[in-house]
Design a protein around this ligand. Sequence first.
Ligand code: MSP
Length: 521
Amino acid sequence: MSKRFYLTTAIDYVNGQPHLGHAYEKIITDVMARARRSMGEQVFFLTGVDEHGQKVQQTAQAEGRTPQDYCEGLAEVWRQFASRLELSHDDFVRTSEPRHQEAVQAILRKLWAAGHFYKDQYSGFYSTKEETFLTEKDRRADGTFDPIYGPVTELVEENYYFRLGAHQEWLIGHIEAHPEFIYPEIRRNEVLGFLRHHKLEDLCVTRPAARLSWGIPVPFDPAYVTYVWFDALSNYVTVPAALGDPLVSRALAGHGALPAPGSLELWPADVQVIGKDILKFHAVYWPIMLRAMELPLPRQLVVHGWWQKEGQKMSKSTGNIVDPLAVVGEWGVDAFRYYVVRELDVGPDGNWTDSGFAARYQAVLANGLGNLVNRSLSMLKRYRQGIVPPAGSDLAGEADAAVRQTIAHLRASEIQSALLRIEGLMVRANQYVDQTAPFKLAKDPAQAGRLDGVLYCLAETCRVLAVLLWPFLPGTASRIYRQLGLAETPDRFAAAGWGGLPSGHRIGDPAPLFPRKDQPG
Ligand code: MSP
């Protein structure tokens, strides 16, 4: 067995409302996962939810329910969210699952035994809302704390701390030696700047169970539960541990009752997709945790930017949010998937506008792709009774170049560029219809051979486009294949070679892929 291409997303807070930002991250990861499968690789795509912490405990208590019971319903909402977005994940982790908890406890035992933790007393300020300790440095000039922290209380308590200081130098060295580790470069520089100019403070990895019971019990001290970020970050290896990944199983052997090493090789992750706000956790704490576990680091962190709506921060209280499922309900899941990938490159921040969405839908999906497929297949029906004519090759070179370049972009995680390249082929094919004017050729019997060639090129380009579009718009790609009368799923780039559509094949019935919508106003 060879190693799978392993991709992960951040795990979402189960008590949050699924919005555009969550959807974006999951969709770009799904595009990368599907693209790798189309390249013929074995893939494992993990996503899930982060369930522990004080906020969930408090809300559950207020509703008179146990946190576990309260989380059941919420986790189901997120699972359905993933399925409505047509994510092709292989597993969905919930941090309240026994398989995750057992592996987190094994990690804690291993790190405790190796002397990475010590117990110490802390006295200072604590934000329950952010579940974080604050210091004098966090106070504003007037002595108060930023409202993002909610009510801040003074606290004296003993906890376990993870020694981070010893890790600072090798981590800087690792990031310097592996320029591809943090993508894009601006985020890499941000992490390097932070590590070079700040001394890492030790990380508090526990919370007293007396104040927070909704967490993973610390195996070497039952008076404590695990700090929620330590618990959450571990998910990327606890699922592999539960599935018997050889590297992780061996690293944790002897520290818990985990499955023996099996044949499914996942770790190290190939791509871990996160938003810019959680960079420090993934580029500083997570590598140090892995090093302490004696596991290799992931190959790449892909860090995306943040979405705003109509130029404003999305906020539930002002109602300025994009509800992905409402958009999917109105416009279809592929229109949503298309817009988020096309509008925002991985890296910068993005801005959702309802008018921009409608305009792109109309211009690219309805008038561009939908029209190309519809007129190509309708003409093939009308002029050749739906039977594919002998092969033509006018667009062969351009289609092959588009396939090569699209795959190269996808290999480099440049998914927006890949989509643009596919759009280029679509635009070219529409131009080709205008230039060759098949409706005129059809009127002249002497041009029958020429018309055959043009109709072939158009149908074949539609087929190639379906194969290239599969990672982005799986439903649309399948519908194009069905309209072409092809029974397979267009999920292998190997099928994108020119000439795959056999002469004499009977196509299916064309139907609009993207119904036109009346422009508002
Ligand atoms: N539970 C933690 C992550 C733990 S990972 C071990 C968390 N959850 S979250 O629900 O707040 O965020 C989940 C992901 O969604 C993060 O990667 C975050 O960056 C992303 N987004 C949340 N809001 C966003 C936008 N407005 N725009 C883009 N992505 C954003 O953090």
